[in-house]
Design a protein around this ligand. Structure first.
Ligand code: ADP
Length: 256
């Protein structure tokens, strides 16, 4: 009896040691991935900036001489912009992993951030946006660039996962002591069992991302948005139905 008990204690000990080893290996691997993400994105930024500058220069020269070729260069510029966005996403994610996502908070009117991010994304997507803003200013204490990044991510997703003729809405409202921003699309929606995972790092809904394969994505945008919103003491959530569309919202406390 005693021997059996000793064996079972020894087995439990081995099992828990194994679990600890597994855990340590997983932590080490994820640290290595974060380090790689940080280094790779940092190293990619300089050549990308150089590429963009030179393409813009050639584009300017070529516009008068060869308009057809100039158009090709415009497409190249858009690809560079997309790559730059991915690289910036990678950099921000490695900053989160290192606990170094610093916010530069100022008092700002959330309407202005919605307006400019909305105009920019609608122009990039070459699709209309219906914008619903309150008459009165919506004051928050926030990092303007990071907040714009969240709205940009949500809008970019709404445009890329829905068809060209489907409308996209951006609305802002006050509710109690909070400001709430919502981006709504009439795209494919997200399956119920994927909903709890869309804010996870590297997660992409299986079928959807494959169908829209021409759009590069790392599954980092929503993870990053969540981290930024939470650092502002806000919440982020999604309501979605397959075949009907998705509505991503986030809240931020109103400034006193
Ligand atoms: P990605 O770079 O893949 O777009 P995100 O973190 O922004 O990464 O989004 C994670 C996944 O959530 C996407 O790959 C997509 O499958 C799904 N998703 C995000 N936004 C939408 C949307 N508006 N409509 C449908 N699916 C979406």
């Amino acid at each position: 009896h005693r021997v059996a008990r000793e064996i079972s204690v020894a087995l439990a000990d081995i099992q828990s040691r194994r679990a600890a080893e597994f855990h340590a290996a997983a932590v080490a691997e994820s640290r290595l991935k974060d380090m790689f993400l940080g280094i790779a994105s940092h190293e990619l930024r300089t050549p990308l900036t150089c590429l963009k500058l030179n393409v813009q220069l050639v584009h300017r020269e070529l516009q008068a001489l060869e308009p057809r070729l100039a158009e090709r260069l415009e497409r190249l510029t858009r690809s560079i912009d997309r790559m730059t966005r991915l690289v910036n996403e990678m950099l921000s994610v490695s900053a989160i992993a290192a606990g170094k996502l610093a916010l530069r908070e100022t008092h700002c009117d959330l309407r202005a951030i919605c307006r400019s991010a909305g105009a920019e994304q609608s122009q990039v997507a070459r699709r209309p946006l219906s914008l619903h803003l309150p008459e009165e200013p919506v004051h928050v204490l926030a990092d303007e660039d990071r907040t714009a990044e969240v709205i940009t991510n949500l809008l970019a997703n709404a445009y890329k996962y829905s068809a060209a003729e489907e409308p996209v809405d951006l609305s802002l409202e006050q509710s109690g002591a909070e400001a709430i921003v919502t981006v709504k699309d009439r795209g494919p929606g997200i399956p119920r069992d994927s909903l709890p995972h869309v804010f996870d790092r590297f997660y992409r809904v299986p079928g959807v991302s494959v169908r829209t394969g021409s759009y590069v994505g790392l599954g980092l945008g929503l993870y990053l948005s969540k981290a930024i919103v939470e650092q502002h003491h806000g919440r982020i959530w999604v309501e979605s139905e397959v075949g009907r569309g998705s509505a991503f919202s986030f809240s931020m406390p109103l400034a006193a």
